[in-house]
Design a protein around this ligand. Sequence first.
Ligand SMILES: *Cc1c(COP(=O)(O)O)cnc(C)c1O
Length: 398
Amino acid sequence: MTVTPHLFIPGPTNIPDKVRMAMNLPMEDMRCPEFPKLTLPIFEDLKKVFKMKDGRVFVFPSSGTGAWESAIENTLAVGDKVLMSRFGQFSLLWVDMAERMGLKVELCDEEWGTGVPLEKYADILAKDKNHEIKAVFATHNETATGVTSDIAGVRKALDAAKHPALLMVDGVSSVGSLDMRMGEWGVDCCISGSQKGFMLPTGLGILAVSQKALDINKSLNGRMNRCFFSWEDMIKTNDLGFFPYTPATQLIRGLRASLDLIFEEGLENVLARHHRLAEGVRAAVNAWGMKLVAKEPKWHSDTVSAIYVPENVDAVNVLKTAYYRYNTSFGTGLNKLNGRVFRIGHLGSLDEGMVGSALFAAEMALKDCGANIKFGSGTGAAAEYFSKTATTAATATS
Ligand SMILES: *Cc1c(COP(=O)(O)O)cnc(C)c1O
């Protein structure tokens, strides 16, 4: 096969050529006097993507999971109580990590297909008069179910209770693709990674932290042990444009290129594009007569759609058929969704033609596996939506 496999998983995402080529360079001296000219502007530009009003961004040579860990161990102590919710494989893993790191988790177990339970959070926070809860956790975009939660709403719940807890947000599959307003929403730690909205290979854990989180980090007694993910070590060297250990220099070059692409298109345009493409996918799902895992429109994710296959169809077969017969990868149904769900990742470097190609392959694989759908129904609905809502001029005038 001379054609590169078509990748429609919700991370790693497709890498634009400009980003890939920016990483094709010899190893460089990460302690040379020129290196800060690369790194210092990146730290500043990342703040724009997270829409921060203060604080700083750490870039670890890890995946997103490392940034999860860093957020916890730099701001909390063993035995601290935290408020979390679980409604999909990624929020589940975050709870598991928090428990393994010694936090006492007050857990809201929610139906998969829903998101952060705002009313429950508001209730629990209002009742916590002694402020035993030290941090509130929210998964912005649950990648396993295609559910986006209302982070502004979590901030409202905290403010209504006048609660000082830190707000920790998993933005791994949202930042750079969905609106993340750290400053406005008072988010204290926002976790991201390189291989989703940032359109890079896996290998960078990107952690944005507010000034409040930095202050707590400084003042906290009885903190957790930490070393690799320590903020203090990072700050000492980052301030000069260096790192406490060997940084992933190629990935940082790639990050420069991906930030350039995001700003060239305009961050707001990038976000609008994600919404439009997601609407096209949802039009197709609707036309197939199939259902999203996300229970209500307010939960709809603009970066990933988790789709229930019809009762008579095995989603594992759909995935295999797409992969072997049509050279196309979709996301699997994770955990209890295995066999019932496949996911279309629609984030990062993507346009209408690519969404069309994903839907075309999905349509064939679904029908091959017994789904009673009409060829052209989903792809046609998406095409109709895209054509009706096109904003770009049809002729190349400037
Ligand atoms: C991908 C993902 C993670 C895990 O990130 P890794 O880079 O795989 O460690 C965590 N949370 C969410 C919501 C994700 O989509």
